[in-house]
Design a protein around this ligand. Structure first.
Ligand SMILES: Nc1ncnc2c1ncn2[C@@H]1O[C@H](COP(=O)(O)OP(=O)(O)OP(=O)(O)O)[C@@H](O)[C@H]1O
Ligand SMILES: [Mg+2]
Length: 274
């Protein structure tokens, strides 16, 4: 089970996130990014955050710790924004929290540099989970204490939105041409050799067990949360077995404008991050 904490103070919304995540303090004195069950993207986003976030952590990639957060919407009473009020009201009960990395910077490939080894590890992981949301347009990666951290796995495993076609769609190749780390010569074969043997049925079953039942019930075609957990395990296991030879790194679809402020971007040498 993910550690459970209780939200004690709603600090502020993060407007750069499409789902309007919030910075929230909790009864363990921690500060978290809260992803709300009541957000328009729905609870599958949270399932994806848990499965892929824990998978990344098990592989040794840096993903901030995840917790279950209990929310009483009353903590947002003094929040003036109506959109936030409504999100909180729709999200009473169980939500997802991700450890907040204070002072982190958004990763920008023109300002920071990662090794080809690390780039390969992230690209292979993203290929496994079908992550199309770590592109130069939307890096979903942070730099914190000189290290690369991966966030936002809500838009992964696209196939879980249509289970009847999941087997077929999860066998599709992964085009990493627009990946935010594509320019660092990702060493995909080394990552495949390191990671593929680690993805076992036991490992995936343990990870799927961490997803709260509440986010898995009533999925059409599945008579229990455990049946749905098995479907995630089977699909990811099959993908781990085929994806290594189906990752392409071609030309990016467009030029990559830097998102970084002028003082940070384009001033060689770029800062190396681990
Ligand atoms: N753990 C964290 N620590 C610090 N800042 C974070 C953390 N997680 C997210 N953020 C900040 O909040 C922003 C939005 O978070 P995230 O990308 O997870 O939200 P989202 O609603 O899924 O966004 P998107 O618009 O990409 O769908 C990030 O770009 C980053 O600036
Ligand atoms: Mg994001």
């Amino acid at each position: 089970m993910l550690t459970e904490v209780i939200a004690t103070r709603y600090v502020t919304p993060l407007r750069e996130g499409g789902s309007l995540p919030g910075i929230v303090e909790a009864d363990d004195l921690g500060t978290y990014i809260m992803k709300f069950t009541g957000a328009g993207q729905g609870r599958k986003t949270l399932v994806a955050e848990v499965i892929c976030g824990l998978l990344g952590r098990r592989l040794g990639l840096r993903v901030p710790e995840l917790v279950q957060m209990q929310l009483d919407p009353v903590i947002g009473l003094s929040e003036p924004d109506q959109e936030v009020q409504e999100l909180l009201k729709a999200s009473g009960g169980l939500n997802l929290g991700m450890d907040y990395l204070p002072g982190s910077l958004g990763f920008d490939p023109l300002a920071f540099e990662v090794s080809s080894r690390e780039a390969g590890r992230v690209v292979w992981f993203d290929a496994l989970i079908n992550n199309v949301d770590r592109s130069w347009r939307n890096p979903n990666a942070l730099v914190w204490h000189g290290e690369l951290w991966l966030i936002d796995h809500g838009a992964t495993m696209i196939w879980h939105h249509n289970w009847p076609t999941a087997e077929k769609s999860s066998a599709k190749p992964y085009d990493a041409s627009d990946h935010v780390l594509a320019t660092f010569a990702p060493d995909v074969p080394a990552a495949a050799a390191e990671f593929a043997p680690q993805i076992t049925e036991d490992m995936l079953t343990g990870i799927a067990a961490e997803v709260p039942d509440e986010w898995l019930v009533d999925e059409p075609g599945f008579d229990s949360p455990d049946a749905l957990r098995r479907a995630y395990v089977t699909t990811l296991l099959a993908r781990a077995g085929m994806i290594s030879d189906h990752i392409t790194l071609g030309e990016p679809s467009k030029d990559k404008p830097s998102q970084a402020p002028g003082w940070l971007a384009g001033k060689p040498p770029r800062r190396a991050v681990k």
